[in-house]
Ligand binder design. Sequence first.
Ligand code: S3P
Length: 175
Amino acid sequence: MVRIILIGYMGAGKTTVGKALAAELGVPFYDLDWFITTRYRKSVPEIFAESGEAGFRELERRMLHEVAEFEDIVLSCGGGTPCFFDNMEYMNSLADTVYLKAEPAVLAMHLRMGKGKRPLLEGKSPEELEDYVREMLVTREPFYSKAKYTLDVSLLDNFTKIQESVGLIKEMLKV
Ligand code: S3P
């Protein structure tokens, strides 16, 4: 049975690497944000706008408990998931957790390249983004570092680099 959960800051490549890893292992891929938005038929920014961050975190926790029980999956969770409630302990209790760790400059670059809408980054100029990421990592890193495994990721700007990360995770987890 393979149950792998990828964690890390926004823009670390959790979804990109997760999809490729799941395809390689021949198991379904789940993204916690997609699971939430499909279930509630609302986008993440809509949920934040209607229920605030606290409301979003409640739904996130509830959906985590549903999806993380599935067997044979790769799940990528949101950047904040490990930092609320006992989510990190819960994930560690039933899965191989992998922290995709990247430098603030890399995270900022990925976030600028991506099209995803992220309420926590709304209104940040490209110049402000990297500093904001660096500051937020100070409080989040202690949660992320509870993952069972850590993979240092650099700029994931082509297919080969994504496949390299997949290979390294497979090696670490012996899957
Ligand atoms: C968040 C990360 C997002 C999403 C929400 C909040 C965070 O997911 O859950 O916007 O607190 O870091 P990604 O990490 O997939 O962008």
